[in-house]
Write a protein that binds this ligand. Structure first.
Ligand code: HEC
Length: 461
């Protein structure tokens, strides 16, 4: 019996289209009565079917509510407006029988009443299946595309400078919940008896008790709900709503697995950079400019790999590549010819520990998109470095442990994009050998300290 009722209930979304069609045709006829001779008879006939189909829709809807565990508060308005639709259609039908008590009311009371109850019921029903913002969401998205606040629609924006000090709950978890969950889980709208607008409220849990299980973190209701397949009814947020991104799911899971801490910072928790990488604003992440490049010729790549060069794209989608001759100590200037076919694809080149000399600068100036050049542990003195002034993307130069002549650092003053030049030499202190302009001084790192860690340093070739 149970499964029979479930079966009937499942027909609800299909069945409801019948009364919608019947009512619309009835109303069309009603408003064009004068055009048809037999309109009253036909109208009665159609209304009979309206009655029947509305009745069945309500019944099947009720079964669906019962069998599939919808919350009553979610469906009650839809249910009542369905009943109202039934009342209006019955009323209209009786009205057409003439000489009843209902004929004291104006005819339009029934026709317009039926029209409004149909619209309201249909709309409320749609909200249940598709979510309340089903209609307005595309408009919001349209406006954010038009006015370009896409970045702002990110839940969390971390800052390179102080991300380590972010408190895990207030800095990351709360903004994510706020954006994707709180609309249905707050003190006014408490779906499933759960509030997520404050930490305390979250700890209270929902109608089925706590949503964090400290013993078995991965069994936490909150954890399970966000990991269920989107098609599952219990998946959160409901599938019609803006979903959590993969990074958000991963981060919330991480937080739950830690036992849902409130006050610790990312630094104290030792949060892995990879877990929060997606939350950094794109601008700051963009060390390499976005270049429209053709894919590098696979044959050339093969040859280079055969020559023992290390090659990797800067990321999976990119045609920009990083190249390193670190494995080839005998690599010299003339070997740069190997790279001819892919010169514009190369954004980072590492010629450290090779046999190149100062003429390498001239050759490198033929690589239009270089952002990073590493010439550590080579014999360069910097004499011809000025030719690189034409490299408009060049941001970083590594000249550690070379024959660098400090005087030549002056030649860097008009490089358009240069941000950092590393010149540390263990046997001498270049900063004592030269007086530089403040601008150059801020770019050049003489430091007797280790090189700062860069995201690119973690790439495994
Ligand atoms: C469109 C409204 C809506 C949004 C948005 C929403 N939920 Fe829900 N949530 C519900 C409804 C309705 C229920 C009750 C029905 C159920 O248990 O599936 C519920 C129940 C829950 C429950 C179970 C509570 C209990 O004790 O049974 C959890 C946990 C939950 N939601 C977490 C979340 C999380 C986390 C998010 C955001 C990622 C979220 N919800 C977003 C509507 C929503």
């Amino acid at each position: 019996m149970e499964s029979f009722l479930t079966f009937i209930g499942r027909f609800h979304p299909l069945l409801v289209h019948l009364p919608i069609g019947f009512i619309l045709i009835a109303l069309l006829l009603e408003f064009n009565r004068s055009k048809f001779k037999e309109s009253e008879k036909i109208l009665k006939f159609i209304l009979f079917w309206v009655l029947l189909s509305v009745g069945f829709s309500i019944l099947s809807g009720y079964f669906q509510y019962q069998q599939e565990g919808y919350l009553w508060e979610l469906v009650q308005e839809h249910f009542y407006s369905g009943i109202v639709t039934l009342v209006f259609s019955t009323g209209f039908y009786v009205f057409l029988q003439k000489q009843t008590i209902l004929n004291r009311l104006p005819r339009s009371f029934f026709s317009l009443g039926l029209l409004f109850s149909l619209i309201v019921t249909g709309h409320l029903g749609g909200n249940i299946t598709h979510g309340e913002e089903h209609l307005t969401e595309p408009l919001e998205e349209l406006s954010s595309t038009l006015f370009g606040n896409e970045e702002e629609s990110k839940t969390v924006q971390l800052d390179e400078k102080n991300y380590q000090e972010q408190v895990i709950y207030t800095g990351l978890v709360a903004p994510i919940l706020s954006k994707k969950c709180v609309s249905c889980h707050n003190s006014k709208n408490t779906k499933g008896g759960l509030q997520l607008h404050t930490f305390q409220a979250l700890l209270q849990g929902g109608k089925n008790g706590p949503v964090i299980d400290y013993e078995n973190t991965k069994e936490s209701e909150l954890f399970l709900r966000i990991h269920l397949p989107k098609e599952e009814k219990k998946h959160m947020p409901p599938k019609s709503k803006k979903q959590l991104t993969k990074a958000e799911i991963d981060f919330i899971s991480y937080w739950i697995e830690l036992g849902a801490p409130q006050d610790q910072t990312l630094e104290q928790l030792g949060t892995a950079r990879a877990l929060i990488e997606p939350f950094f604003s794109k601008e700051e992440n963009r060390f390499y400019p976005e270049l429209k490049l053709d894919a590098p010729n696979p044959e050339t790549i093969k040859t280079l790999i055969a020559e023992n060069l290390l090659i990797a794209p800067i990321n999976r989608e990119s045609n920009s590549i990083k190249i390193s001759a670190l494995n080839i100590p005998e690599f010299e200037n003339k070997d740069m010819k190997l790279l001819d076919g892919i010169r514009s694809n190369i954004v980072s080149i590492d010629l450290s520990y090779t046999a190149v000399n100062d003429s390498i600068f001239e050759l490198l100036s033929g690589f239009p998109n270089l952002v990073q050049i590493k010439l550590n542990h080579t014999q360069i003195t910097g004499e011809e470095i000025q030719v690189l002034e034409s490299s408009k993307h060049l941001k970083q130069l590594y000249l550690v442990e070379t024959e660098l002549n400090a005087e030549f650092l002056q030649l860097l003053s008009n490089f358009p994009s240069l941000e950092q030049v590393f010149v540390f030499q263990s046997k001498r202190n270049l900063s004592h050998e030269i007086e530089l302009s403040p601008k150059l001084n801020s770019i050049i790192e003489f430091g007797a300290y280790g090189l700062p860690k860069l995201p690119s340093d973690e790439v495994i070739y």
